[in-house]
Design a protein around this ligand. Structure first.
Ligand SMILES: C[S@@+](CC[C@H](N)C(=O)[O-])C[C@H]1O[C@@H](n2cnc3c(N)ncnc32)[C@H](O)[C@@H]1O
Length: 283
């Protein structure tokens, strides 16, 4: 069987830099997890504590979603880690094994979700992802909703960027550079910063109950904020230049100024994200 290869691989060190900001942001998602657990209890009141929950993590990367979420889900769990990037998946599996977690790696694209669910039946299941939806095409987001509804499986799509970025103090080049970055995220029919709205609409259209909560990053002067901000700014400038070569001089000037702000501990950033919970209706 041939496996897909990512045409724009995600850098593993970026995933490590963002993990502490994600973990802080995810405190806001705890009520969604409580709601999910109540849904399982209502759906399968007879299922014992020893019966493992099966969790499919789409776009698992190096496994940060499992590392955070496993501690917030009840009882034994089997994690199916799916990613189309072999290197990242190997890191996720190695770290899961260190935690003695029950994991099954799947080297595949998200379009394999239907097959994965067929191969892993269970009374309590969840399909989750973090920081993935904006990287999918609009059609892929809609197809995910169809597969989830057809299989009656809840979804927790965590930490999708929503396009809200506020840098403090402001700079007159924030708008053009960040705007070009956002346009870059929408290239080739990608869902980009529409992903939360698209997922919400697609799940509702499939008859699921949906709740969306904001899970923004608040980056001020935490111990991890400097390297994260530096990389965040550089990635935005690079993507802006790739999308709008005519903005090269402005993007480079913006990056230089912002890196100085950062080094002086003057820069604060709020980066909008949202979590989406989709629950099949219980009749
Ligand atoms: C931004 S990273 C997030 C990784 C991880 N969930 C986290 O929160 O650290 C997105 C991940 O999704 C994977 N990915 C992107 N598009 C995918 C697709 N169509 N099918 C499978 N994996 C995909 C990438 O390889 C990458 O590991």
């Amino acid at each position: 069987m041939t496996h897909p290869a990512p045409d724009r691989p995600v850098a593993g060190d970026w995933l490590a830099l963002r993990a502490p900001a994600d973990a802080e942001a995810r405190e806001d998602t705890l009520p969604l997890i409580e709601r999910l657990v109540r849904h399982w209890a209502q759906l399968s009141p007879g299922v014992g504590e020893d019966d493992p929950v099966v969790v499919v993590d789409l776009g698992a990367g190096t496994g940060a979603n499992r590392e955070w979420l496993a501690a917030h889900l009840p009882g034994p769990q089997r994690w199916i880690l799916l990613d189309h990037d072999r290197d990242l998946l190997e890191q996720a599996v190695a770290s899961a094994r260190e935690d003695a977690a029950d994991v099954v790696p799947v080297l595949a694209g998200v379009e394999q979700l239907g097959r994965v669910l067929e191969e892993h039946p269970a009374r309590r299941r969840l399909v989750t992802c973090s920081a993935l939806l904006d990287l999918l095409s609009r059609e892929q987001v809609q197809e995910l909703a169809r597969v989830l509804a057809r299989n009656g499986v809840p979804a927790l799509f965590a930490l999708t960027v929503d396009g809200e970025v506020h840098l403090d103090p402001p700079h007159h080049l924030d708008a053009p550079v960040l705007g070009a970055f956002e346009d870059h995220q929408h290239r080739e029919e990608l869902a980009g910063t529409d992903a939360v709205r698209l997922a919400d609409a697609a799940l509702r259209e499939e008859g699921m109950d949906v709740e969306v909560v904001p899970t923004p990053w608040w980056v001020n002067d935490q111990p991890w904020s400097q390297p994260l901000l530096r990389r965040f700014l550089a990635d935005r400038a690079d993507a802006a230049v790739e999308h709008r070569p005519d903005l090269t001089a402005e993007a480079h000037a913006w990056l230089r100024t912002r890196l100085v702000d950062c080094a002086r501990h003057k820069l604060r950033a709020t980066v909008g994200h949202a979590d989406v919970l989709g629950l099949p209706r219980v009749s």
